[in-house]
Design a protein around this ligand. Structure first.
Ligand code: PGA
Length: 248
């Protein structure tokens, strides 16, 4: 089973609308002809200009977060329908910064995954352990639990649009990338959860990304692993290094 590689840049809270459009106009020719799917996950206010700049290019634009509800008294939030009305297809769900800094728990992440899929969005579901958990040998059971809780009630036909990103928290923004064998073992364990839940054929179709200090130097080795189908790239997605990662 060959899965198309996905290289997604998570801009986090960086770039104004103008900077977003100008970056994408520069990125588009630099990634022309890439075999990988190229995606920029931009701040909400950048979505409209970024989508306009990306139109007709190989660059896709997605969102970093959404609420699960259709509408309502949720000050500061964005609904799935608002994203689809712009033509957005991908949305990050359950990034460790959302979980850790903004108190999103597994139940909320699960509701968001269900809602994203119901709206035809492709969730990039994030999971990953702390350093303390890894050192205590608890990584794989923890990942299993996080993925199972996030996918509760998700049927295989809906889950075909799913992407999972394994992002060890200790590797995010630290420059301390996971060893390739650590990243591969974790992604393979995540695929095993999918196999148990949805069967082998389905599990083989789901793209599993690695994230956490990916850069132009280490990307190729990570992406060459059997169960790693691309990357979720933070810091290195803000510069033209991102194009090198796309071709890694
Ligand atoms: P990083 O961030 O590449 O800057 O470590 C990755 C992420 O949080 O998605």
């Amino acid at each position: 089973m060959t899965r198309q590689r996905l290289v997604a840049g998570n801009w986090k809270m960086h770039k104004t609308p103008e900077e977003a459009a100008s970056f994408i106009r520069g990125l588009a020719p630099a990634v022309a002809g890439a075999e990988a799917e190229v995606l920029c996950l931009v701040p909400a206010v950048d979505l409209v200009p970024a989508l306009a700049a990306a139109e007709g290019t190989p660059v896709q634009v997605g969102a970093q977060n959404m609420h699960d509800a259709e509408a309502g008294a949720f000050t500061g939030e964005i609904s799935p329908g608002m994203l689809t009305s712009l033509g957005v297809r991908y949305v990050v769900i359950g990034h460790s910064e959302r979980r850790g800094l903004f108190g999103e728990d597994d139940a909320f992440v699960n509701r968001k995954v269900l809602s994203a899929l119901a709206h035809g969005l492709r969730p990039i579901l994030c999971c990953g352990e702390t350093l303390a958990l890894r050192e205590a040998g608890g990584t794989l059971p923890f990942l299993r639990q996080q993925v199972e809780l996030a996918l509760e009630g998700v049927p295989a036909e809906a889950a075909k649009d799913l992407v999972i990103a394994y992002e060890p928290i200790w590797a995010i923004g630290t420059g301390h990338v996971a060893r390739t064998d650590q990243a591969q073992d974790a992604c393979s364990a995540i695929r095993a959860v999918l196999r148990e839940k949805y069967g082998k054929a389905f599990a083989e179709t789901v793209r599993i990304l690695y994230g956490g200090s990916v850069n132009a130097e280490n990307a190729a080795q990570l992406f060459a692993q059997a169960d790693i189908d691309g990357g979720l790239v933070g810091g290195a997605s803000l510069t033209m290094d991102f194009a090198k990662i796309v071709f890694a």
